[in-house]
Write a new protein. Sequence first.
Length: 337
Amino acid sequence: MAEDFVFGNFLGLPEKTDSVDIAILQVPYELTTSYGQGTALGPEACIEASTQVELFDSDLGEDLPGNQSIFTVQPWDGEGATLLLQLDGISNYLSPWFHGDCFPLVLGGEHGILPPLVNACRNHKLVNNDLSNLTIVQIDAHADLRSELGGEKFSHACAASRSLDLGIKELFQAGIRAYSKEENEIIQSDKRITTFFARDTQNSNGGKVWSQWLEQLDKISGPVHLTIDIDGLDGVLVPATGTPVPGGLTFWQVAETIATLFNSKTATVVSADINEIVPQKDTPLTQFTAAMLAAKVVSSHIISKREGRWQPYSKQQGKIRQLGVGNYFSSQSSKDY
């Protein structure tokens, strides 16, 4: 906990806006949840819980922020008369922070934020407006590969499908243990998808399979977005989430995934998100677990920057850019998805 605590700031740290190294972005979006309600309260709860996280990071070897400037951006305002306009609004809220000048960490909200977040990644210098350069690494209990759910193509259950539709390079998934027949067929047929099922990583032979997962991560090249649906972890650790499922990953497995990606010599993590927190005051373990993972993302980014694996891609490092990505989603025909 920061000694000069500032309520509402990530980790409770004092902040400055003249030069930003790490931006904490809040997207309290919730329109398509299908079971537990309350994900819109997730970003605020995660930031509040982060004030109780110990600042010392053993891998970093010192207290956060590690001589880096962290800035907690005001939340997305939720404007938009329709779902598609709200998705455009999310993309435009995020995009000024997605150019590579600083590192953006997004807190959701339901997992339906993923497609507009991926769309914002177009602006990153390494992506270069071509999403076929971008790889997504997904920690999740659910495959999120449905074509639709309840008639909605932009349901949280379709987040990975819509991201594939946007033309991403590859999708790597771990923790998956709840999926439909349709999703299983997509996993088997789409060569862009590599899925590690929780039943294989958590059983008696799990150590060997987990090593294979880490080896796969080491082979990724180019820009990467890391998306963590908090229900990817075992339900014992995260009981308060939109659609809880038992039998998931351990905290240390997710932390190891984060560290492995940021340590890569061939890949660059350009952005990350943590989502699907449904805060409960009487059981704050879920938001605290999410806050600890958020801190691990931040410390891993700082290490990669110190070791020369991440560099800002503009002389305007950390300057707020008033640029967006337009009305991409609302301008598309429904038959395009």
